[in-house]
Ligand binder design. Structure first.
Ligand code: UD1
Ligand code: MG
Length: 481
C-alpha cells in the first residue's frame, strides 16, 4: 500500500518555499504504556495504517531530503514496519536506548543530520499533521529562526506551556515544572518544530536533566534560543486534529473518527451521496465517479474505484477492486481483490450476500446473487450465477446461466484446475463440474449432474442416478410398543 494514500496528492508541497534542504526527525522510541498493548504505540493503526507511517507519508509530501526515525521500544518491529517505505526520502533509523527524554532522543539523530538543513521534529504518535501546516512552519523558520507549532487548548493539562514576554516566546515550560501562573497559560507546544540544524546541534549540546522529570527536554532549546538572541516564532493552529497525539485506545478511536469524518466530508464535497457520513470507513483510497451512492456501514480498503452511478448497499466491505459505471452492489456483499484485484463490469448486479475474491473479473450486466462465491474467475458479459454457487478458477462465457447450488470442483487435493464454460451454456441446479473440464458453447447440463468429462457444444449432458418410481409404495408403519 503506498504511504501517500491519505493526503491529497497535489499537496502544497509541490511549491517549496524554502532554500535549505529539509530533514525530518520522527521521535518514535516511547513505550506507550497507556495503550496496554504488546505492539509499540507508533505501530497502532489509524485507518489500517501504522501511526508512524502516516507521519512518514507527511514527511514525503514535504519533499524532505531525509527522514530519521528514532526507535527504542520495539525498535526492530518499528524498523521492519517502515523498511522500504521511504520513497524518495533517505530513510534512516537511529536507536535511543534507554529513553531519557525528547531532547536525548533528538541528540541520537544528530550524527546523521547535515549542518546545512532545516530540521522538522515530528512525533510518531501524532499522525494527522498536514503537509501544508508543516510547510508554513518551515517557511516561518526561514532557515534562521526557531519555529514552533502551538495551539490554544481549553484544558492544557499535561502539555508544555508557551511562555511569552509580550509577543516574544521566551520558553516552553513542561506541565510538571510549571508555576501556578504558568499552568494557567492555555497556549501549548504541539511537539512539532522547525529549526536550523546548526542551531539545533549547538543547543542540544547544552541540555541537562535538572527538572521535575529528570529528563532531557527538547523544549529547553527554546530558552537557549532566547538567550542567544535567535528569534522564536510560534505558529498557532486552530485545528486540534492535526496536533493530536495518541496515548490510549480511547484517543486512537476518537482520532480515527475525526479522520473518517474528514474523508467523508471530502467525498461528499466531490458529489458522493453518503447515507450517513458517520457510518463510513475508508482505509485506503476511494475514488468515485459522479452520482455514486453509498448506504450505511460500508468499509473501503486499499485501492477502490467506483464508476459513475454506482450504488453500494448497506454493510458492504470492498477492498482493492474496481466497480464500473451503474453497477449495483447489494447489501452485505464482500469484495476483496487482494493483490490480484477484482473487477465488476458496467451495470452488473452483485449480492446481497455475495463474495468476490482475488481475480474475480466480471463483465457487463453480470448477475451474482446471494451466497455466491467467485474466485480467480472471469465471467463474460451477461453471465449469471444467482444463488448458492461457487465459481473458482473458471472461465465463463457470455450469457451463461450457472444454476443454484452448482460448483466448480477446482481442487483435487493437490492442484487447482480450470473449468471452461463456453457462451450460452446452461448449468442446472446442484451440479458439480470436476475440473479440468470444458462445457462447449450452448451445452446444457441437467440438474444434479456430476460432470467429469468435457461436454460437446450444443449437447445435453446428464450425469446422475436414473429416477425409479415404485407405484403404490406402502410406507413402513410405526410399531406398537
Ligand atoms: C512533549 C513536549 C511538550 C508538548 C507535548 C505535546 C517535551 C519535553 N515536551 O511532551 O512540551 O506539549 O510533547 O504532545 O518534549 N520520545 C522518545 N524518546 C524519549 C521520550 C519521548 O522517542 O526518550 C518520543 C515519544 O515516543 C513520543 C514523543 O517523543 O512520540 C513525545 O514524547 P512524550 O513523552 O509524549 O512527550 P510529552 O511529555 O507528551
Ligand atoms: Mg505525549
Amino acid at each position: 500500500m503506498p504511504v501517500s494514500l491519505f493526503q491529497p496528492r497535489d499537496a502544497s508541497a509541490s511549491s517549496p518555499s524554502l532554500t535549505a534542504p529539509v530533514d525530518v526527525v520522527i521521535m518514535a522510541a516511547g513505550k506507550g504504556t497507556r495503550m496496554k498493548s504488546r505492539l509499540p504505540k507508533v505501530l497502532q493503526r489509524l485507518a489500517h495504517v501504522p501511526l508512524v507511517q502516516h507521519v512518514l507519508a507527511t514527511a514525503q509530501q514535504l519533499q524532505a531530503r531525509s527522514a530519521v526515525v528514532i526507535t527504542g521500544h520495539g525498535a526492530q518491529q518499528v524498523e521492519a514496519a517502515l523498511a522500504g517505505l521511504g520513497g524518495a526520502l533517505a530513510l534512516k533509523f537511529v536507536r535511543q536506548e534507554p529513553q531519557l527524554g525528547t531532547g536525548h532522543a533528538v541528540q541520537q539523530a544528530l550524527p546523521v543530520l547535515g549542518d546545512d538543513g532545516v530540521v522538522v521534529v515530528l512525533s510518531g504518535d501524532v499522525p494527522l499533521t498536514q503537509a501544508d501546516t508543516l510547510q508554513a512552519l518551515i517557511a516561518l523558520c526561514a532557515g534562521q529562526h526557531l519555529a514552533l507549532l502551538t495551539i490554544d487548548l481549553p484544558d492544557p493539562t499535561g502539555y508544555g506551556r508557551v511562555v511569552r514576554a509580550g509577543e516574544a516566546v521566551q520558553a516552553i515550560v513542561e506541565h510538571k515544572d510549571a508555576s501556578a501562573q504558568q499552568s494557567a497559560i492555555t497556549e501549548i507546544y504541539s511537539g512539532i518544530m522547525a529549526v536550523p540544524a546548526a542551531l539545533l546541534k549547538r543547543w542540544l549540546a547544552r541540555l541537562d536533566n535538572h527538572n521535575a522529570q529528570g529528563e532531557y527536554y527538547l523544549t529547553d532549546i527554546v530558552k537557549f534560543a532566547a538567550q542567544d538572541g535567535v528569534t522564536v516564532l510560534a505558529q498557532k493552529t486552530t485545528d486540534a486534529v492535526q496536533v493530536a497525539g495518541i496515548n490510549s485506545p480511547v484517543q486512537l478511536a476518537e482520532l480515527e473518527r475525526s479522520f473518517q469524518h474528514r474523508q467523508a466530508t471530502a467525498l461528499m464535497e466531490a458529489g458522493v451521496r453518503l447515507a450517513d457520513p458517520a457510518r463510513l470507513d475508508v482505509r485506503g483510497h476511494l475514488r468515485c465517479g459522479m452520482d455514486v451512492e453509498i448506504d450505511v456501514n460500508c468499509i473501503f480498503e486499499g485501492e477502490v474505484s467506483l464508476g459513475d452511478g454506482v450504488r453500494i448497499g448497506a454493510n458492504c466491505v470492498l477492498a482493492n477492486c474496481t466497480v464500473a459505471a451503474d453497477a449495483v452492489i447489494h447489501p452485505f456483499t464482500h469484495i476483496d481483490g487482494g493483490a490480484q484485484g477484482a473487477s465488476v463490469g458496467e451495470g452488473a448486479l452483485i449480492g446481497p450476500f455475495a463474495r468476490l475474491r482475488p481475480g474475480a473479473q466480471l463483465g457487463a450486466q453480470v448477475h451474482i446473487g446471494n451466497f455466491v462465491e467467485v474466485k480467480n474467475s472471469t465471467l463474460a458479459d451477461g453471465a449469471k450465477a444467482n444463488h448458492l454457487a461457487y465459481l473458482g478458477d473458471a472461465t465463463v462465457g457470455e450469457r451463461v446461466n450457472f444454476g443454484a447450488g452448482s460448483i466448480t470442483a477446482n481442487y483435487d487435493g493437490a492442484n487447482k484446475h480450470r473449468t471452461t464454460i463456453e457462451a450460452d451454456v446452461h448449468v442446472g441446479s446442484n451440479c458439480v463440474l470436476v475440473a479440468p473440464v470444458t462445457l462447449g458453447a450452448g451445452a446444457t447440463v441437467g440438474g444434479g449432474s456430476t460432470i467429469t468429462k468435457d461436454v460437446p457444444a450444443g449437447a445435453l449432458s446428464v450425469a446422475r442416478g436414473k429416477q425409479t418410481n415404485i407405484t403404490n409404495w406402502a410406507r413402513p408403519k410405526k410399531q406398537a410398543k
